[in-house]
Design a protein around this ligand. Structure first.
Ligand SMILES: Nc1ncnc2c1ncn2[C@@H]1O[C@H](COP(=O)(O)OP(=O)(O)OP(=O)(O)O)[C@@H](O)[C@H]1O
Length: 313
């Protein structure tokens, strides 16, 4: 099976993927891998290329360059390996006049395996539809349809999941239940790729992130590293004005701002001991220095310049 650059097993792999539609370059030379046990969030402003990427990973769109692999096997439309993938993309594809159960049976029949699917109970628990599972889908709310879609993705006990904005239309309790189900699947060794705009939720859910903008990779890696790498420090000194001037001249310091409690220094390229050393060398007393954690939202907006991708196209 294909190995990722980290030396572990790559369950979902994009290699040098590109896709254009007429004059729009939707995805440009994108590469990343999701290993067993990881929950990777694919992030980017509207139009960044997330859905196009997922469509190529699922063999629903043909890449202009590069290739996609799932569980170490090349992906194409109808590839056998896709039977081991839980998919949510392009909105509900249900027959409205059939019940929830009949729709799940119909979708399962494509696998040519006997009903019921191996993880049906877990999937129905996530869907939480109760008796409505035996009512016609045309009477479902958008949230109920979304939950039924999630049930069809999970019922096959997939080894990999590719879910485009799975939390859309879910209420907070349902979002939490989804997080728990995906966490349980990842702990059992599944690889999960989810796209989302709900960054507070992603911060709780994901182990890894891939950020893209204008079709290109901005960054990829463990979430904890990314938030730690943001390198924000809160510094208390005896002469804030002079300290700010000293710090702003340091290499690796991106920004210095003052607030009621002292200075906030954003220094992705300078460890805290280097900041202290520079201040002490300049004769400034340092009372305290603390690393400040930043939210994924702050880091994401910095990385994408807070811009919508379509605005720059
Ligand atoms: N079938 C298509 N035909 C023409 N253009 C397309 C098509 N699919 C996507 N695009 C364009 O490609 C770019 C990337 O779209 P894509 O849907 O992949 O982005 P996204 O990151 O998923 O966006 P969102 O967050 O809004 O869902 C956009 O400019 C979009 O308009």
């Amino acid at each position: 099976m294909e190995r990722s650059t980290a030396g572990t097993t790559a369950m979902i792999r994009a290699d040098d993927l590109s896709k254009s539609y007429k004059r729009t370059q939707a995805v440009s030379r994108l590469g990343f891998a999701v290993d067993a046990g990881q929950i990777c969030a694919l992030l980017g402003p509207n139009g960044a290329g997330k859905t196009s990427t997922m469509r190529m990973l699922l063999g629903l769109a043909f890449p202009d360059t590069g290739s996609a692999q799932i569980l170490g096997q090349p992906v194409g439309l109808g590839a056998e390996v896709l039977g081991r993938v839980g998919v949510l993309i392009d909105g509900p594809a249900f027959v409205p006049h059939l019940t929830g159960t009949r729709n799940l049976k119909l979708l399962w029949s494509a696998t040519r395996r006997a009903w019921p699917p191996p993880a049906l109970d877990d999937a129905l628990d996530l869907a939480g539809l109760g008796p409505a599972i035996d009512r016609k889908v045309k009477g479902y709310s958008a949230g109920m349809k979304q939950r039924l879609m999630l049930a069809q993705a999970l019922m096959r006990a997939p080894d990999a999941l590719i879910l485009d904005e799975p939390a859309n239309g879910l209420d907070p309790a349902e979002v939490r239940s989804l997080r728990e189900h995906l966490g349980a699947l990842a702990r059992r060794g599944a690889a999960v790729l989810v796209s989302s705009h709900q960054l507070a939720e992603v911060q709780q859910l994901a182990t890894h992130i891939v950020v893209m903008n204008l079709g290109r990779l901005v960054t990829a890696g463990p979430l904890a590293d990314l938030l730690g790498d943001a390198g924000a420090h809160r510094v208390q000194v005896d002469d804030p004005q002079r300290a700010a001037a000293v710090l702003r001249r340091m290499p690796g310091v991106a920004a210095v701002t003052a607030d009621d409690t002292g200075l906030v220094v954003t220094a992705p390229g300078a460890p805290s001991r280097a900041l202290v050393q520079a201040l002490v060398t300049a004769g400034i007393g340092v009372m305290s220095i603390q690393q400040v954690s930043r939210s994924l939202e702050e880091v994401f907006l910095d990385m994408t310049d807070g811009q919508a991708a379509h605005a720059a196209r």
